[in-house]
Write a protein that binds this ligand. Structure first.
Ligand SMILES: C[S@@+](CC[C@H](N)C(=O)[O-])C[C@H]1O[C@@H](n2cnc3c(N)ncnc32)[C@H](O)[C@@H]1O
Length: 225
């Protein structure tokens, strides 16, 4: 594998050349009903953590084909999907055709530069941090704080290395791939303390962390008013 993990645009465009490939790399399946059901679960987690309000402008970092956006958009003022991959953005556009309160935005892979300061109420990222280097995870936490309005809410998640199933992910990759053969998008776990540290260091208030299904670590917080 000659691709650099940190060259996110090249890595993720190569993984999403066809609709089928994109769906598989986003979720591991192509069944639209399962997509919808899983997205409902994600929406419920967001409701339980950062909350969703009718007048919220909501932004997803790493939106893929709009799995979550399709479910969220009817309940918020605007949903903005950002992704490093032009292919993902194009496929999301097709999948979300007809929804009028959505905006899709290709980003560099390292920041949210096209998004104005203090313009968003909720930023979330799900099933993305495992594909990023730790520094780039933190860069996105900082960027989330920049684009959020005062009082805006942020949510992120990753596979928890301290959980049973998270440890299994870690061990499987360790055993399967020789150091020089690791795929660029291989999942790298995280932990509740890491996510908590990132949010607190970035200046979020009311930071909370939790775990779920013996697999996920997640964190959320509020940009101080
Ligand atoms: C496993 S998919 C998850 C997609 C979506 N969050 C979901 O839950 O359906 C990971 C997504 O993150 C995007 N991605 C990877 N690296 C990124 C980066 N550095 N910046 C923004 N998006 C990125 C990929 O293109 C892909 O669409």
């Amino acid at each position: 594998m000659s691709q650099l993990r940190g060259d996110y645009k090249a890595v993720w465009n190569a993984l999403s050349g066809t609709k089928k490939d994109a769906y598989l790399v986003v979720s591991g399946y192509t069944d639209e009903d399962k997509f919808h059901a899983d997205a409902e679960d994600t929406a419920d987690i967001l409701r339980d953590t950062v909350g969703l309000r009718r007048d919220d402008v909501v932004l997803e970092i790493g939106c893929g084909v709009g799995r979550v956006g399709r479910v969220l958009s009817p309940f918020v003022k605007q949903w903005i999907g950002c992704d490093v991959s032009a292919n993902m953005i194009r496929l999301a556009g097709r999948r979300l055709l007809g929804l009028e309160n959505i905006r899709l935005q290709e980003v560099s892979g390292y920041d949210l530069q096209p998004i104005a300061d203090a313009s968003v109420d909720v930023v979330y990222t799900t099933v993305v941090f495992m594909h990023l280097e730790e520094w780039d995870r933190y860069n996105y936490v900082l960027e989330a704080k920049r684009v959020l309005k005062p009082g805006g809410r942020f949510y992120c998640d990753n596979v928890d290395i301290a959980s049973g199933a998270g440890w299994a992910v870690f061990e499987e990759s360790r055993r399967t791939f020789q150091p020089k053969e690791r795929p660029a998008q291989i999942s790298k776990c995280s932990s509740q303390p890491e996510l908590e540290t990132f949010l607190k260091r970035a200046g979020f208030a009311d930071v909370k962390v939790a775990g779920r299904l013996d697999f996920w670590a997640y964190a959320w917080g509020v940009k101080p008013a």
